[in-house]
Design a protein around this ligand. Structure first.
Ligand SMILES: Cc1cc2nc3c(=O)[nH]c(=O)nc-3n(C[C@H](O)[C@H](O)[C@H](O)COP(=O)(O)OP(=O)(O)OC[C@H]3O[C@@H](n4cnc5c(N)ncnc54)[C@H](O)[C@@H]3O)c2cc1C
Length: 332
């Protein structure tokens, strides 16, 4: 992977006769980028297509009113050698650093933002964002990806990395055996609130976790800075637990902000009277709670399409990465 190259964007206008790629990948999250990069390393022509504005999927960073919030995955860990090797390369390129999350645990975080990890993984790939695929069908002996208007691109083979429910819907007609793999999968939701602060007033950089109180993780964003503290606008991102988020799923976002701020103040004893901006995001499919059965099919009967995503093995970024690489290996 050449760290100096940037991902190239694919023109959003569909040509009259869309190009044929060796591999189409739906999703520029970790699973899709892992699959696409491995295919590219093996000399395949690859196009990645995603409906979001930015790549990374749930490894996501939001910039608002001068503040930076990492409101998806907060950190990564590597148990296997392949993901560890990727993290080592990202670290050498300055996109990942160690973070002491507790007295006895060191994890890795993207720096200066979590999205720097998927951005690094996207090096040299051809990626088309802001294109929602609404239909997948056979087209001239290949796999065609369609948006609401037209055919977007064709591939000799394809990998689908959308969350389980969307994958099930997209593949129901063309590959019902793969759509069925998505059936038993479930996720926890996650309410995430983002607070831009006027000053850091002793906020520090230590994270807070208190499952019983409903806080999965609260992180002062200055933690990720490559510079000295004070160089980054002080901000706090608070993520509720799955149970708390489920219980408050239909609550109004303003109410969620108020309650989570109150919980954080009660736990830390620090007043949050310096807030200048607030936002809330409700992730409906945050963390996998029931993964697909390990013996359920991952590859279509004709060998042309494979599925990937954290929901095929577990709730962490590394599992999404592994599933993407496995999907490409299934196709070969
Ligand atoms: C709040 C939160 C906190 C988390 N914390 C951690 C953590 O600390 N550590 C950790 O390891 N993991 C964490 N996770 C889990 C981790 O983020 C995921 O496991 C991982 O990012 C999933 O990657 P993926 O590629 O499988 O899916 P995604 O990231 O969901 O990627 C799927 C992509 O498909 C695109 N897509 C879907 N449908 C279509 C369509 N029809 N057309 C085009 N594009 C489409 C989406 O836009 C998306 O970009 C967290 C997740 C959340 C939400």
């Amino acid at each position: 992977m050449a760290a100096s190259q940037n991902p190239s964007s694919f023109p959003n206008k569909t040509p009259a006769d869309p190009a044929l790629f060796d591999l189409l990948v739906l999703g520029s999250g970790i699973a899709g980028l892992a699959a696409a990069q491995l295919a590219k390393d093996n000399g395949k022509s690859v196009l990645v297509i995603d409906k979001g504005r930015r790549l990374g999927g749930r490894v996501s960073t939001r910039r608002q009113d001068g503040f930076i919030f990492n409101h998806g995955a907060q950190f990564v860990t590597a148990k296997g050698t392949e993901f560890a090797s990727l993290l080592a390369k990202a670290k050498a390129a300055g996109n990942i650093k160690d973070w002491q999350i507790s007295d006895d645990k060191i994890v890795q975080i993207g720096t200066p933002s979590m999205r720097d990890l998927p951005q690094f993984m996207a090096t040299g790939l051809m990626i088309r964002q802001q294109t929602e695929i609404t239909k997948i069908a056979h087209h001239g002996g290949h796999i065609g990806f369609f948006d609401k208007d037209d055919l977007v691109a064709t591939g000799r083979q394809a990998i689908i990395t959308a969350p389980a429910a969307q994958t099930g819907k997209l593949l129901a007609d063309i590959y019902p055996e793969l759509a069925a793999t998505a059936g038993p999968v479930s996720y926890d939701p996650c309410w995430t609130i983002m607070l831009g602060l006027e000053d850091d007033h002793g906020l520090g950089t230590a994270p807070l976790r208190d499952e019983a109180a409903g806080i999965a993780l609260a992180v002062p964003e200055m933690t990720r800075s490559k510079q000295q503290s004070g160089a980054v606008a002080p901000a706090l991102t608070i993520q509720a637990t799955g149970a708390w988020s489920q219980q408050h799923l239909q609550d109004d976002s303003q109410m969620v902000i108020e309650i989570l701020c109150q919980i954080w103040q009660n736990l830390t004893g620090k007043p949050l009277n310096n807030i200048s901006t607030t936002t809330a995001h409700r992730w409906l499919y945050a963390k996998v709670t029931t993964a697909a059965p390990s013996d359920a099919p991952r590859l279509s009967n004709d060998g042309k399409l494979a599925i990937a995503g954290d929901w095929l093995s577990g709730p962490r970024v590394e599992q999404a990465f592994d599933s993407g690489q496995q999907a490409y290996r299934h196709l070969k």
